[in-house]
Write a protein that binds this ligand. Structure first.
Ligand SMILES: Cc1ccc(O)c(S)c1
Ligand SMILES: [Zn+2]
Length: 261
């Protein structure tokens, strides 16, 4: 039997479709965004997040990413507006990153790869629960934020990075409370939006992507901290958790809309 999916040569993105047929669908993510093909949509409303810091629960290393989990048992931390109809509940946030500062993001903008990409995953409670939302084209909304290595690192990333030492190996989890993830947003609310999928198996095509145009800045040391996470469990051979990004997928005629000119 094929080993569990991952990002290595024997179980990576080129082979996911063997166990997860959706990976070869027509609305897969990530994609390359070329500004010349983007359509400005003046009818796109601004998006709004209202998050309760008390909803943050834990931070964990699942061997594939670093994930912060939130209480989504009621409309406690929600996203609305933008391309969305109704309110979507924040469930978790996680990151994808590279083995060096010059790559790591999943979406690529005009040929630019950022060092990392942060995903804030929200789901539409009209579909009952998260599992039900995965089966709907309007089930999930993910806000994507690009991380760029620069000279004025965002102090708000410190909270997440300070916890890394407590979740070094796969399966490690630590309490992560009193955290409002909206502090991670850049100044500008400009965004691109298109319909796509999870960038990890089973790659369900249930996502309205809201990708923020303005990256947030992190330091090279902060990126090194993220790369100090391990894929392996405790007492197993060290296997650095890096390059957990899926390459761009076929656009297949989809149009990316921009909230800005
Ligand atoms: C729910 C979920 C899990 C992992 C992911 O990379 C994404 S994009 C979404
Ligand atoms: Zn993701």
């Amino acid at each position: 039997a094929q080993s569990v999916w991952g990002y290595d040569s024997d179980n990576g993105p080129e082979r996911w479709h063997e166990n997860y047929p959706l990976a070869k669908g027509d609305k897969q993510s990530p994609i390359e965004i070329n500004s010349k093909d983007v359509q400005h949509d003046s009818s796109l409303a601004p998006w709004h997040a209202s998050y309760d810091p008390g909803a943050a629960k834990t931070i964990l290393n699942n061997g594939r990413t670093c994930r912060v989990v939130f209480d989504d048992t009621f409309d406690r931390s929600v996203l609305r507006g933008g391309p969305l109809t109704g309110t979507y509940r924040l469930r978790q946030l996680h990151l994808h990153w590279g083995s060096s500062d010059d790559h790591g993001s999943e979406h690529v903008i005009d040929g630019v790869k950022y060092a990392a990409e942060l995903h804030m995953v929200h789901w539409n409670p009209k579909h009952g629960n998260f599992a039900g939302a995965l089966k709907q084209p309007d089930g999930v909304a993910v806000v994507g934020i690009f991380l760029k290595v620069g000279k004025t690192p965002k102090p708000e990333m410190k909270r997440i990075l300070e916890e890394i030492d407590n979740i070094k190996t796969k399966g490690k989890e630590a309490p992560f409370q009193h955290f409002d993830p909206s502090i991670l947003f850049p100044k500008s609310r400009d965004y691109w939006t298109y319909h796509g999928s999870f960038t990890t198996p089973p790659c369900e095509e249930c996502i309205t992507w809201i990708l923020l145009r303005e990256p947030i800045e992190v330091s090279s040391d902060q990126m090194a901290k993220l790369r100090s996470l391990s894929k392996n469990g405790e007492n197993e051979p060290v296997n650095p958790l890096v390059d957990n990004w899926r390459p761009p997928q076929p656009v297949k005629g989809r149009v990316v809309k921009a909230s800005f000119k």
